[in-house]
Design a protein around this ligand. Structure first.
Ligand code: ADE
Length: 230
């Protein structure tokens, strides 16, 4: 079983609508079971933010026992080379808003008890995603790199620059680190694919509205191809 999670309707429903699916409700959450290239897949929308993402991921794992979960969706760019419509394939994930620094010797994003834990995607999965993305995008439009997650829609250059400086991230969004954190604790492989809808600056809210659908289509166009291969 392969799990696919997005936060928003726009990021996933077009895929679901074109598949024959069975709707499963578990813990008041909706999941769509389907066969894609003869593989068992479960897809669903977790809602925005870390708690929604974590809860949905745990429920998906408990009910469907997927071997891998792929989070798809849009993100704000935190890096000047990463433009609207480009794709970021997550290699490592951080919480940019988890802050125990005032409690002593913690760095920003570091969780007590998880000091030596890194949330890193399987290299093979990352490479498969990169190869599939090359069919749709030019190489300079595809980035493998760090994704920063927080319960913040970033729409200030100052905040975006701070996140970039602290985490060397390519983009910021609101779910992937929570999803991969839960996957890590359950021994499930994970990957996040995020296409850029905005630049996480003062224009972000307007750009997000304008480019949400277009950016979502970028990821949608490669996810089926990835499922075929894994
Ligand atoms: N998802 C898309 N754009 C975003 C932004 N600017 N901040 C957080 N999450 C996002």
């Amino acid at each position: 079983m392969i799990g696919i999670i997005s936060a928003l309707n726009a990021e996933l429903m077009e895929i679901v609508e074109n598949l024959e699916t069975e709707k499963v409700i578990y813990k008041n959450l909706i999941f769509y079971k389907a066969k894609i290239y003869n593989k068992d897949v479960v897809l669903g929308i977790c809602g925005v933010g870390k708690v929604n993402a974590a809860m949905y991921t745990q429920a998906m794992i408990d009910y469907f026992n997927p071997k891998v979960i792929i989070n798809i969706g849009v993100a704000g760019s935190t890096c000047k080379d990463v433009k609207i419509g480009n794709l970021v394939i997550g290699t490592q994930y951080f919480y940019h808003d988890f802050d125990c620094t005032q409690a002593g010797s913690y760095t920003l994003g570091e969780m007590p008890g998880l000091k030596d834990v890194k949330f890193i995607s399987d290299e093979n999965l990352v490479n498969i995603a990169y190869e599939k993305a090359k069919k749709v995008l030019k190489e300079d439009e595809i980035f493998k790199g760090i994704i920063a997650t927080g319960d913040v829609f970033v729409a200030k250059k100052e905040t975006k620059d701070f996140i970039k400086e602290k985490f060397n991230s390519f983009c910021c969004e609101m779910e992937s680190c929570a999803i991969v954190h839960v996957c890590h604790l359950n021994n499930v492989k994970y990957l996040a694919l995020r296409s850029i809808s905005d630049n996480a600056n003062e224009d972000a809210d307007c750009d997000f509205e304008t480019f949400l659908i277009k950016a979502s289509k970028v990821v949608k166009s490669i996810i089926l191809d990835i499922i075929k291969e894994i």
